[in-house]
Design a protein around this ligand. Structure first.
Ligand SMILES: C[S@@+](CC[C@H](N)C(=O)[O-])C[C@H]1O[C@@H](n2cnc3c(N)ncnc32)[C@H](O)[C@@H]1O
Length: 441
């Protein structure tokens, strides 16, 4: 079987690398929206035995990072933000009326963006009060809140804690001020240190920091200095991404308009940089918990959201362009501001495209997502799906074994470090043939 190692040995090219879902987003379509609505009024084969999560998309930022591919706005005023938050709470309240969701509570909540910490304390409190009129998350095992360090004040962190946040995630990305500037980040390193100090004083159960290997202008020396600075912070967990260049980023647009070389290190350099970071953090007692994360075992280094989604949880994604998964159906909201607001003004769920996944696709989805943890447990799939995955995916596993990326020992399937560092490029071998080469988003 031919292995489709997308970009993996080569220069960074424009296009998506990260596999966040299966089947790929690009094959979801408007004609399936009725299936999503129907699923929301049903209980699905696994009913409410799977956890339920809520993702809230806060699409505002102080500036647009040149590498960012998310739906974000940098030109909205306080009035616009209020209008959006009203629509967002209206959307979440509409879900409370669906039959498939009656009586359920959120096991995990994720404030993502954009920049949730762009909101003022007042705006945040109003949003939470409106949502809590219909939903409770008092029993949530995790409430994550993403922050851009330069938007934080101690009083805002106190509000973020008061709404129930257990896990604060700081988008640091790099500690070199010149690199932050070149890449269009809104903050500089002094704001990071200040925000971190306040966050510790306020006392969150878990503080996570995000880094990116291979930002524009990054060098071996600067990356090593960033890893050393990140280690010194002593965070409970660390997330490290390899810089990718999806089509809808400012860098990709500039390249298309004026040509020139891609200003990002190649994939083998980025892998070597992440490997260096992994080793330094492991030496300090952290444990690798996925292709992108390390946790300090003694601390509350949990990833409830990640683990639930990768094991097939239901998740309602509210907000412009948000993604959801419910009772086996994938769906995504409209991705235009006016469209989103108008749909909610009419009292409709703003769903734009969907895909009811087949049983086989739901199985493949969990196989590929859990492989990103660096390990698979065949017995989990036997119990949950009644299948022998080593048999079912033997060709894919064999091609990865031949190349030394994976080792299978009975029910334990493990990626080597080399496999883990390029896992997203390896996953298409498990896809159905028609999805192996499709554009991802
Ligand atoms: C949705 S972003 C939100 C970050 C938050 N708004 C902030 O400004 O700190 C979540 C994380 O995705 C990662 N990320 C964003 N664009 C990326 C890219 N092109 N390549 C790799 N990682 C990326 C960054 O580490 C970022 O912190």
């Amino acid at each position: 079987m031919e292995l489709d190692v997308l970009h993996s040995e080569s220069a960074t090219e424009v296009g998506s690398y990260f596999v966040a879902n299966y089947p790929p987003f690009s094959v979801w379509s408007p004609e399936h929206v009725p299936s999503a609505l129907k699923a929301l009024d049903s209980h699905g084969p696994e009913g409410d035995t799977v956890p339920l999560g809520l993702y809230l998309h806060i699409p505002f930022c102080r500036t647009r990072c040149k590498f960012c591919y998310f739906r974000v706005y940098t030109d909205k005023n306080a009035r616009d933000v209020d209008v959006y938050l009203d629509a967002l709470s209206q959307e979440v309240s509409l879900y409370a009326l669906r039959r498939g969701l009656l009586g359920r509570t959120f096991d995990f909540v994720y404030f993502g963006g954009g920049t949730p910490s762009f909101l003022s304390s007042d705006q945040l409190e109003r949003l939470i009060d409106a949502i809590r009129a219909h939903w409770s998350w008092d029993r949530a095992r995790e409430v994550t809140f993403e922050c851009e360090p330069g938007t934080l004040k101690k009083s805002k962190l106190e509000t973020i804690k008061a709404i129930g946040t257990t896990r604060l995630s700081l988008g640091i990305e790099h500690f070199d001020d010149e690199i932050l500037e070149i890449n269009g980040r809104a903050h500089k390193s002094p704001e990071v240190f200040r925000a971190y100090e306040w966050a510790r004083e306020v006392g969150f159960e878990q503080i996570n920091i995000d880094l990116i290997a291979g930002m524009m202008g990054d060098t071996e020396g600067k990356w090593r200095a960033t890893v050393a600075a990140a280690l010194a912070m002593d965070a409970d967990s660390v997330t490290i991404y390899q810089m990718e260049l999806p089509h809808n980023t400012l860098i990709a647009r500039q390249l298309k308009e004026s040509g020139g070389a891609v200003p990002i290190a190649d994939w083998s350099t980025k892998r070597a940089w992440v490997d260096h970071a992994f080793r330094r953090f492991e030496d300090a007692g952290y444990v690798v918990s996925s292709a992108y994360t390390l946790v300090k075992p003694s601390a509350n280094g949990r990833f409830v959201y990640r683990d639930a989604v990768w094991h097939g949880a239901d998740m309602i994604g509210a907000g412009v362009a948000s993604f959801s998964h419910f009772a086996g159906v994938h769906f995504q909201n409209v991705d235009e501001w006016d469209d989103y607001l108008q749909r909610l003004d009419r009292g409709e769920l703003p769903i734009a495209r969907a895909l009811p996944a087949t049983d086989g696709q739901l199985l493949t989805r969990q196989v590929v997502l859990q492989l990103k943890l660096g390990r698979l447990d065949a017995d989990y799939f036997r119990r949950r799906f009644g299948v022998e995955i080593v048999q079912m995916f033997r060709e894919g596993f064999a091609s990865l074994e031949e190349q030394g990326y994976i080792a299978i020992d009975g029910d334990r399937i493990r990626l080597s470090r080399e496999g883990l560092l390029r896992v997203d490029a390896l996953l298409p071998v498990f896809f159905e043939p028609q999805f192996r080469k499709v554009r991802y988003t």
